[in-house]
Write a protein that binds this ligand. Structure first.
Ligand code: NAD
Ligand code: MN
Length: 476
């Protein structure tokens, strides 16, 4: 079965007002730096703008601005006043949502239906949610007078650029901290638009500073002696470097790292519904999701039936222009990430697993990878153990619930998991045994600002979201 033919339905990009070049956002203003680099659209390789890569001296200026703002303005400000700024930012994000969504899809490659319906609304919701906490910190369960930590240095990845910014900045500001945030090198543009939103909201200068750049800029933030708190989302490899860098200092750290989540389908599950959840679990955002359901564990008795349905469903997925409203799978974020995905997929074949993709035409320019599943995967295969961070699913089978739990937990990670069954009692019993921070039941990849998110083991430590998310930004 093939997909319906749809006429192209591209979202207009005229709403986005790109400048040819961007400086760093320090102390409430855009300032020029020396080192300028191009940022592109991964769907077309077209240059969108130039951005500045901050050096150590730039980072130092940003940290000094954040310290000043913390001591003089933001720290002493009553929570009810801070809340007004956060509510204002939340409203502006909602008002400018189309602009943010188009820009996110341009710079990241994700389908517009996701940036429009998931990333941007959730970013706004995060600011609304934490705005509500700003004047209620004494009731959050962290003592009668919880204090902010000071200056937070925040480094985020490219998979959810604006949303990860919101996860980092909203709780930090609500708790009374000021921030220096670095977006990922391939996706700086929505963070720079957010800087404009801070200006529009009249946020006092220095409360939010955005410095663009790559790993060296991130390291300069992490290692700056006047940073009180480090918050990082990204690879386990860099997470380790950061943990080592702050060991023995008084800096507080939260790390949100990788995952290799099990999505477990029992034989009594509603199969069609599970297929939708599997597709959402691994093909949402091209599989560039730390909590992606990248290991499908399916009970042997229904494996053939489920795989047949899954393949039929995958044949209807539309891969292509991220700005087209009908696109399901957009571009891979960078040439580097594409080559990592290709390498691991080749390793899967080399190790003897069976590779399958639906027939699909990929655009000539840009970075693309067809939705792919591997069957005949064993637990020893690298594609069952390593995070691929792409639209690639490894399928394993099990016979008993105990075997499902054992296989699910057989991973160095522990960020998320999914359970598909019609039995409520089984959901509770299995969830209880899974070593994963988030367990979804009969759904997958559901996010809400009120719900804490974070991992076990090599998936990192600390929680973001909900009341728990405040704890990471308060002294106790
Ligand atoms: P990365 O960890 O290198 O990058 C994440 C962020 O950290 C970026 O902003 C980057 O500039 C910064 N950074 C890099 N080196 C740093 C350092 N030494 N000190 C401080 N900051 C530093 O991730 P990547 O190289 O883009 O991706 C590699 C793999 O990591 C992916 O294939 C995927 O498996 C995983 N990943 C996971 C997540 C997640 O959400 N958990 C996000 C991105 C990547
Ligand atoms: Mn890296």
């Amino acid at each position: 079965m093939s997909a319906f033919e749809y006429a192209p339905a591209p979202e207009s990009r005229s709403i986005v007002n790109l400048q040819s070049s961007y400086g760093l956002f320090i102390d409430g203003e855009f300032v020029d730096g020396d080192d300028r680099r191009k940022t592109i659209s991964p769907a077309t390789e077209e240059v969108l703008a130039e951005v500045t890569w901050a050096g150590t001296a730039d980072v130092d200026r940003a940290v000094k601005a954040a310290r000043r703002a913390y001591t003089k303005v933001w720290g002493p400000m009553p929570g009810a006043e801070r809340a007004k700024y956060l509510f204002r930012i939340a409203r502006i994000i909602a008002e400018r949502s189309r602009e943010l969504a188009v820009l996110e899809s341009l710079n990241n490659g994700k389908p517009i239906k996701e940036s429009r319906d998931v990333d941007v609304p959730l970013a706004s919701a995060h600011f609304f949610y934490y705005a509500g906490w700003a004047d209620k910190l004494p009731y959050a369960g962290f003592g009668a007078d919880p204090r902010p930590l000071g200056v937070a240095g925040q480094v985020i990845p490219w998979n959810f650029p604006l949303l990860m910014l919101a996860w980092k900045i909203a709780p930090a500001l609500a708790a009374g901290n000021t921030v220096v945030l670095k977006p990922a090198e391939t996706t700086p543009l929505t963070a720079l638009l957010f800087a404009e939103i801070c200006q529009q909201a009249d946020l006092p200068p220095g409360v939010v500073n955005i410095v663009t750049g790559a790993g060296e800029t991130g390291a300069a933030i992490v290692n700056h002696p006047d940073v009180d708190k480090v918050a990082f989302t990204g690879s386990t490899e860099v997470g380790r470097i950061i943990a080592r860098a702050v060991a023995g200092t008084s800096k507080k750290v939260t790390l949100e790292l990788g995952g290799k989540a099990a999505n477990i389908v029992f034989e009594d599950a509603a199969i069609d519904q599970a297929v939708e959840g599997i597709v959402n679990g691994i093909f949402f955002n091209q599989g560039h999701v730390c909590c992606a359901g990248s290991r499908l564990l399916v009970q042997e008795s229904v494996a053939d039936q489920l795989l047949e349905s899954l393949k039929r469903r995958m044949a209807t997925l539309r891969v292509g222009d991220p700005l087209d409203k009908n696109t399901d799978i957009g571009a891979i974020n960078s040439a580097e990430q594409l080559s990592r995905i290709k390498t691991l997929a080749d390793v899967g074949e080399g190790e003897g697993a069976d590779r399958w993709s639906p027939p699909c035409q990929l655009p000539d320019r840009g970075f693309w990878f067809a939705p792919t599943i591997f069957t005949g995967v064993s637990q020893a295969h690298r594609i069952a153990r390593e995070e691929i961070f792409g639209p690639v699913l490894s399928v394993l089978t099990f016979r008993t619930p105990a075997e499902a739990v054992e296989k699910a937990n057989n991973t160095p990670y522990g960020l998320s998991a999914g359970i598909w069954t019609e039995k409520g009692s089984r959901i509770l019993a299995i969830a209880d045994q899974l070593r994963a921070g988030v367990v979804w039941a009969n759904t997958f990849n559901k996010f809400d600002p009120t719900s804490p998110f974070g991992g076990y083991k090599e998936s990192g430590y600390g929680r973001e979201g909900g009341r728990h998310g405040l704890e990471a930004y308060l002294a106790q």
